[in-house]
Design a binder for this molecule. Structure first.
Ligand code: ZN
Ligand code: ZN
Ligand code: ZN
Length: 345
């Protein structure tokens, strides 16, 4: 049933055309910024266009799910607020107030529409794309070409599956050259990622730190394409024991930096806490190896695998930390009580 209140017009074919144009422009911007030493304005423009294009394509899909153009518009434009009114008989009636808004639905609402229409998409990648766009809009957009390059590569399979499965079309046909460029870039990215992973396994990172090595990003351009420095590999260095000199080179921008601080940073970022919310640290410096890689709750170090001799208090079974190890298996409270008792005796 078509809604009976006035609403802005909707042209699904135009929506589709705008989506494809926006994606093409985004890929063009991306190509240009890659060849212009990472021009930050181009990087921002690439992400804006890609993000807008993907959302338009999603909206087109939603609009295409229904037969009546009025229904399509009702799904795409922000609906009027629905407020409770008295029905004059002690009950309430929920009535839309005002008109459909001239604005269209946002990412959150698109997601809800997809759920009710059973349209599948990898929202994780879309949310990352949105975060990347916000990050570029609000922070200084310099040094983020690597991040943009990562997203173009990640977006490729999402867009491919969506266009093939949900729209029943061929991405190469509807996106033309832009699609070929995305494909090349995606294949390059996947290939380099694989080669970097193989090279890192040769560099022997500590077992427990491997997941954090994967999270490392170039400190200059935020790319995840980091390779172990050839000189360290040639010298037979290992990340585990030569972290004071083991370096990583960024494939995207050529920047070189020590890998260990990037790994510890990635670990710390994932374990960040806010003391104002009553948060407590869950990672600290290891007493054995001195690195900031000791997981307090796990009672072990991710870098050197150090474990605690005493893991819980003999009296109250409370978990012990590195600082309790000199108490001979007691928590600080029971160690203090015991000492006081001995003194009084
Ligand atoms: Zn870089
Ligand atoms: Zn350690
Ligand atoms: Zn105790």
């Amino acid at each position: 049933m078509a809604p009976k209140f006035p609403m802005p017009g909707l042209d699904a074919a135009k929506l589709r055309e705008n989506a494809l144009t926006s994606i093409r422009l985004g890929v063009e911007d991306f190509e240009r910024c890659r060849h212009q030493e990472g021009d930050p304005a181009r990087a921002l423009s690439a992400i804006r266009n890609l993000f807008a294009g993907v959302l338009l394509l999603f909206k087109y899909k939603i609009a295409a799910c229904v037969n009546d153009p009025a229904d399509a518009a009702a799904l795409i434009f922000n609906p009027p607020e629905i407020l409770p009114h008295s029905n004059g008989d002690g009950g309430i009636e929920w009535v839309p107030v005002g008109k459909f808004k001239p604005t269209t639905i946002d990412v959150g609402t698109i997601q809800k529409r997809f759920e009710t229409f059973e349209i599948d998409v990898d929202w994780g990648v879309i949310e990352k794309l949105q975060a990347c766009r916000n990050h570029l809009e609000h922070l200084h957009p310099a040094h983020t070409l690597g991040e943009v390059a990562d997203f173009v590569a990640e977006l490729f399979p999402v867009l491919r599956d969506f266009i093939q499965t949900e729209l029943g079309e061929s991405p190469a046909t509807i996106l033309g050259d832009a699609w070929q460029l995305m494909l090349l870039h995606h294949n390059f990215f996947v290939d380099i990622t694989k080669r970097c992973e193989e090279a890192w396994s040769e560099a022997c990172p500590p077992e427990g730190m491997k997941p954090w090595l994967k999270e490392c990003k170039c400190s200059k351009c935020s790319s995840t394409l980091l390779a172990p420095a050839q000189e360290n590999l040639d010298a037979g260095d290992t990340v585990e024991y030569n972290d004071d000199r083991f370096k990583a080179t960024c494939i995207a921008c050529g920047h070189t930096a020590l890998i260990a601080p990037l790994m510890v940073d990635a670990l710390e970022k994932a374990h960040s806490y806010d003391p104002r919310d009553g948060g407590e640290p869950s990672v600290e410096n290891c007493n054995q190896c001195g690195r900031g890689t000791f997981l307090i709750h796990e009672q072990s170090c991710l870098w050197c695998s150090a474990e605690l001799e005493y893991t819980e208090c003999e009296m109250c079974e409370e978990g012990l930390g590195q600082e309790d190890q000199d108490n001979g298996g007691l928590c600080s409270y029971h160690a203090y009580s015991y000492e006081k008792f001995m003194r009084e005796d």
